[in-house]
Design a protein around this ligand. Structure first.
Ligand code: NAD
Ligand code: ZN
Length: 353
């Protein structure tokens, strides 16, 4: 089978590989549509998770099941499915402790294009099919369904990590597709005011539609100066970090009220340390929490988030800014994600209807 792979850090291309084997609890699927992620860019060009050779890229797709193992009960060949980017081993101790995304080790629930081949391939392997796949609701298109692999669960997890409550003032740093879903999630959770940091015009427009009330640009001065000016020096209750680098945390801590919480879902692709400003962190006693996490995957999460889209409570379509048709366009879509032209939010490649 053909797959689009990371050949080594900084180099990618099509390769030929054996079709993966299906274990008793597994499924083999073929993509109906795939989406490119900023994480693919971090992995391939920044080497953020280290060297990988001939590893098929991609972890966002909507798919059709082509084969299932003998122990799989709820899925059969022909089923159209939502596929989470994170596919935990549900019988691991980490999953039993409530951190399924780290099943088998730190970040090890993230298997596609990290510990095994990803989904930019004619066929791909899903571990624990009953625990990780979800049926695609009939009123969601495969293109939109790709947003449920990673963008919705990650953006919403930032909101969960920041513990957004009714009436909170929330700052969302970075309004790419993940941050946009954080804006939508914070709005659904009852934030009264949502301050978004971002400048790309279509992202600003989408953020406004998803519920952002105020906008600032990190190019117009420090985030903390602008946020403190907007809030009469009081700061915000919660911060979701969905963009920027290690330096963003310094701003986030400075923007928070005492007792505030930061939820980070940003993938810190470079740098060695995250600095926490001593004084603004209440000289160690400010009750300002910093939580960072990988999105939770699995079937229940996919079913619940899919039902939000299916019921019309969340429209993911505005995230899809570019749609290509056919495998030949994977490279173009990936390079577009790296170059991030101003009108880009998320590129999707449609493989079949
Ligand atoms: P994106 O690059 O499209 O969006 C990030 C935004 O942050 C951009 O609009 C950029 O202009 C903005 N930005 C850059 N520097 C900034 C700064 N200093 N201050 C504020 N904003 C700044 O990326 P995305 O696809 O929305 O993903 C966001 C991050 O989430 C990426 O790092 C991605 O790898 C990561 N991610 C994490 C998970 C997870 O499970 N935790 C899953 C998927 C993606
Ligand atoms: Zn992703």
């Amino acid at each position: 089978m053909k797959g689009y792979a990371m050949l080594k850090i900084g180099e990618s291309g099509w390769i030929e590989k054996e079709r993966p084997q299906c274990g008793p609890m597994d499924a083999i699927c073929k993509p109906l549509a795939i989406a490119i992620c900023t994480s693919d860019v971090h992995t391939l060009w920044e080497g953020a998770i280290g060297e990988r050779h001939n590893m098929i890229l991609g972890h966002e797709c909507c798919a059709q099941v082509v084969e299932v193992g003998s122990m799989v009960k709820d899925f059969k060949p022909g089923d159209r499915v939502l596929v989470p980017a994170i596919t935990p081993d549900w019988n691991s101790l980490e999953a039993q402790a409530g951190y399924s995304m780290h099943s088998g080790g730190m970040l090890a629930g993230w298997k596609f294009s990290n510990f095994k081949d990803g989904v930019f391939s004619e066929f791909f392997h899903v571990n624990d099919a009953d625990g990780n796949l979800a049926l695609l609701p009939s009123n969601i298109s495969p293109v939109d369904a790709c947003m449920l692999s990673d963008m919705v669960p990650t953006g919403f997890h930032g909101v969960e990590l920041a513990d957004v409550q009714f009436g909170d003032t929330v700052l969302v740093i970075g309004i790419g597709p993940v941050g946009l879903m954080s804006v939508a999630g914070a709005n659904m959770r009852g934030a009264s005011r949502i301050i978004a940091v971002g400048t790309r015009p279509n992202c600003v427009e989408a953020a406004r539609d998803y519920g952002a009330s105020d906008f600032i640009s990190y190019k117009d001065g420090t985030i903390e100066d602008q946020v403190l000016a907007l809030t009469d020096g009081k700061g915000v209750d919660k911060v979701v970090v969905a963009g920027g680098g290690c330096e963003t945390f310094e701003s986030a801590v400075k923007c928070l009220k005492p007792g505030g919480k930061i939820g980070n879902v940003n993938y810190l692709g470079s740098g060695t340390y995250v600095n926490i400003p001593r004084v603004e962190w209440g000289v160690g006693m400010g009750h300002k929490q910093i939580n960072g996490g990988l999105m939770p995957g699995g079937r229940l999460r996919m079913e619940k988030l899919g039902s939000l889209v299916s019921a019309g409570k969340l429209d993911v379509h505005p995230l899809v800014s570019h749609v290509f048709e056919g495998w030949d366009h994977v490279e173009e879509a990936l390079f577009l994600m790296r170059d991030k032209p101003k009108d880009l939010i998320k590129p999707v490649v449609k493989i079949e209807d």
